[in-house]
Ligand binder design. Structure first.
Ligand SMILES: CC(C)(COP(=O)(O)OP(=O)(O)OC[C@H]1O[C@@H](n2cnc3c(N)ncnc32)[C@H](O)[C@@H]1OP(=O)(O)O)[C@@H](O)C(=O)NCCC(=O)NCCS
Length: 480
């Protein structure tokens, strides 16, 4: 029988996270003889820093509000495993083919406990090394109810620093980073009146959310996973052009390269999935005229007194941005021909500025007060409250960014080195775009930029690849 401790360890935000794993497959071009020893010794130090990695998430079957961390009961040997795939997988081929997701789907490359159906209790942490010919693939999975992508990155960099045997450790783990109660203390829950209505950063789960969850569990064949690449230079040029356009309109405001790539992906997805009306005259409802996306926003640094940037609990909320479908589709459809040295025409810049600005405006709405309202509401919600979903309601399209994770910069020491690729295995269902950690210049001899992983039904993916923003600004690196 699992011994339950410290029921307050998980924050109300942790408890709202998907009941699955944040998982990444990291590829390293190493054949060092000491890999296993270094990784395991480093992991032993990591669990000394964060003991609850030896624990498990326990969900009460009758009432899913009850979700707890069990007392640590596992050993490093339970958390870490290895397999040899050197007969079947070759690192040079992987690299030549841009690390296709299908090459990460081989038997046993993902720790089996981290794939559905999950046991209950579900382990917090699993890692598995697959030795391929000429390198390794390290799969790390951390339960989403204990962390988010930023926290996952901190766990990786702490483990990596413990693998540096030459004493050059750069990350000294601060126990404050794993104190999940900090979220509530930080927003001083007792000081304000609990909001009476559901706050704007939350909504009550409705039939559309239930349908979405049910669909995400269907795994029909016929899905293809693409890895795309957007050069940083292209995104920067677009950002400058858009910001100049905004200034020229006499409007205050600006957009980031993140807003630009989100706008490009949003319009391409809409074209991929758009069902054309039977005739121009077919009346459209207000909902059919607009499109709303959801996207996660890290809240660590968005408060007046920021949370520790290395806090490892879940600390993001979902924002929602709405645009007219006609604007998104007309941006993503081929326009007038461009001059040879023109990246984008002035007409398209205006359209891109409108979409990217919408994203920035919704991001600004994630402020101290809206975050506090959401946390207070979650903290005070009674056990019999109808299920709550993070973020305002949206039309199921989500665009997630892991761009800031700095995965390529992490030095895992002499035996392991630095990683060449961050991937997920080929996805078995629909997965809207995830912007992968930023690739610095020099990775696999390439230029700086952002890779994106996306999985759609074959026909929709073809339309996505053919849409103007993808053809014009991205390169399809590989399809699986
Ligand atoms: C929401 C999010 C994606 C936005 O990314 P972003 O736009 O890159 O980040 P910011 O809002 O901090 O903006 C930074 C940019 O604004 C620019 N900027 C900031 N102030 C500015 C100003 N006054 N004028 C012009 N530009 C400005 C910066 O130069 C930078 O631009 P760049 O991206 O082109 O280099 C990101 O903040 C985030 O939260 N990421 C994590 C999401 C997450 O947790 N996902 C997974 C959950 S499991």
């Amino acid at each position: 029988m699992t011994n339950l401790i410290n029921m307050t360890v998980l924050s109300p935000l942790d408890k709202l996270m998907p009941r699955g794993y944040i998982r990444q497959m990291l590829s390293f071009p190493t054949t060092h003889s000491n890999i296993s020893h270094v990784l395991k010794a480093g992991l032993a130090k990591l669990v000394a820093d964060i003991p609850y990695l030896l624990s498990a998430v326990v969900i009460n079957e009758e009432n899913h509000h009850y979700i707890l961390l069990a007392e640590p009961y596992q050993t490093v040997d339970d958390l870490y495993s290895e397999q040899d795939c050197s007969d079947t997988v070759n690192y040079t081929v992987m690299r030549e083919e841009h690390f296709p997701p299908s090459m990460f789907s081989g038997p046993g490359m993902t720790p089996p406990e981290t794939q559905p159906p999950f046991s209950n209790p579900t382990p917090v942490f699993r890692a598995r090394v697959s030795f391929v010919q000429g390198g390794i693939v390290l799969c790390v999975a951390v339960h989403h109810c204990t962390t988010d992508i930023t926290g996952f990155g901190v766990i990786l960099k702490t483990w990596a620093s413990h693998c540096q045997t030459n004493g050059s450790t750069t990350t000294i783990f601060d126990p404050m980073w794993m104190d999940h109660s900090i979220l509530l203390k930080h927003y001083d829950m007792n000081m304000r009146k609990v909001p009476s209505g559901i706050p704007k950063l939350l909504h009550i789960r409705g039939p559309d959310d239930h349908a979405r969850l049910a669909n995400s569990r269907l795994y029909p064949d016929g899905f293809t996973t693409d890895i795309l690449f957007f050069p940083q230079k292209t995104l920067q040029t677009l950002k400058h052009a858009v910001n100049e356009h905004i200034t020229s309109q006499g409007v205050t405001g600006w957009v980031s390269t993140g807003d630009i790539i989100t706008a490009l992906l949003w319009s391409a997805i809409l074209v991929a999935e758009h069902e054309w009306p039977a005739s121009e005259e077919t009346p459209r409802t207000q909902e059919e005229k607009s499109s709303t996306i959801g996207f996660p926003v890290n809240i660590r640094l968005r408060a007046n007194a920021p949370l520790p940037s290395d806090y490892i609990g879940a600390a993001f909320v979902m924002a929602a941005a709405m645009s007219a479908r006609d604007d998104l589709i007309s941006f993503a459809m081929p326009g007038s021909p461009l001059g040879d040295d023109e990246l984008i025409g002035s007409n398209s810049i205006g359209k891109l500025a409108k979409i990217a600005s919408t994203i920035r405006i919704s991001l600004r709405q994630v402020d101290e007060k809206s975050i506090q309202d959401a946390l207070e509401y979650l903290n005070a919600a009674p056990d019999d409250h109808p299920p709550i979903t993070l973020g305002p309601r949206h039309d199921s399209i989500s665009i997630v960014s892991w761009a800031d994770q700095a995965a390529y910069e992490i030095d895992w020491g002499e035996a392991i080195g630095k990683c060449d690729a961050v991937r997920l295995p080929k996805l078995r269902g629909k997965r809207y775009p995830i912007i992968l950690p930023r690739s610095p210049a020099g990775i696999n001899d390439g230029e700086e930029g952002l890779e994106v992983i996306v999985s759609l039904e074959k026909q929709a993916l073809e339309k996505f690849e053919q849409s103007w923003p993808i053809r014009r600004f991205a390169i399809v690196r590989c399809s699986s």
